[in-house]
Design a protein around this ligand. Structure first.
Ligand code: NAD
Length: 245
């Protein structure tokens, strides 16, 4: 490792699992102080203990909890330089199959919760010279599948919100999104187990395979680090070529 995040203080939501946990591990290995925020209390503590980070057992849809957790991390670290929003949930279903409660719940976590995290963190990030936000959208925000009305709408919202914030928080804070393709995590394990889905992935993805969480973490690291110092407002596909293929 090469200390690409030396002296950075970064809050990572969804840090107890999948892409968020891989990002927490990589960021810590690159010298960052990491606050792991997730609603899974035990898993959050386990990742934080493993990397010497701060555990914050929080539901991002609860504005009071979010404000307290962000203030706690900023106090503990003496400021915040980065935010990675990886917390999210998936729900499949066409328009006719998706009930309003499901649609509302997906938007509440994936879009409103992410907005709350950005809103609570921005006052701290705006005080730092090299601050960054990376939001995890999805390849379906660029090229949606049928049967994902709630999820794709929430991720389209994340991509657009990212562009608004990139302008509002400029020039102090860079704000970008990454758009993952199919990545092997606990969220997707139930979906990718069938052979028919594996065949679909082989035909839709130029690289003919699913991604691994650390491949996303590397892209998130790039966007957070000084290597991306002239990059803001982009939606970076990290998807094995699915959205151009
Ligand atoms: N895995 C994929 O194929 C894929 C593809 C595109 C986008 N994404 C996005 O990447 C992000 C990470 O997903 P993952 O695959 O690592 O999933 P994951 O289920 O492994 O991790 C998501 C984490 O978010 C946490 N979380 C969910 N709701 C929360 C809430 N209200 N408050 C706090 N924490 C909450 C969960 O507890 C979990 O630890 C998500 O935003 C997801 O939509 C994943």
């Amino acid at each position: 490792m090469s200390d690409r995040l030396k002296d950075r203080r970064v809050l990572i939501t969804g840090g107890a699992s999948g892409i968020g946990a891989a990002t927490a591990r990589l960021f810590a290995a690159e010298g960052a102080r990491v606050a792991v925020l997730d609603r899974q209390q035990e898993a959050t503590q386990a990742v934080a203990d493993e990397i010497g980070g701060l555990a914050l057992g929080v539901d991002i849809t609860d504005w009071d909890q979010v404000q307290q957790a962000v203030a706690h991390a900023a106090n503990e670290f003496g400021g915040l330089d980065g935010l990675v929003n990886a917390a999210g949930i998936f729900a499949g279903g066409t328009l006719l199959e998706t009930d309003l409660a499901t649609f509302r719940n997906v938007l509440e976590v994936n879009l409103l919760g992410l907005f709350a995290m950005c809103k609570a963190s921005a006052p701290y990030l705006l005080k730092q010279p090299r601050a960054s936000i990376v939001n995890i959208a999805s390849g379906v925000a660029i090229l949606p599948f049928v049967g994902q009305s709630a999820y794709a709408a929430s991720k389209g919202g994340v991509m657009t919100l990212t562009n608004v914030l990139a302008q509002e928080l400029a020039p102090t804070v860079r704000v970008n999104s990454v758009c993952p393709g199919a990545v092997d995590t606990p969220m997707t394990a139930p979906m990718y187990s069938s052979n028919s889905v594996k065949d679909q992935i082989a035909s839709r993805y130029a690289l003919r395979r699913t991604g691994q969480p650390n491949e996303l973490a590397e892209a998130i690291l790039f966007l957070t680090s000084d290597a991306a110092s002239f990059i803001t407002g982009i939606a970076l596909p990290v998807d094995g070529g699915r959205t151009f293929h």
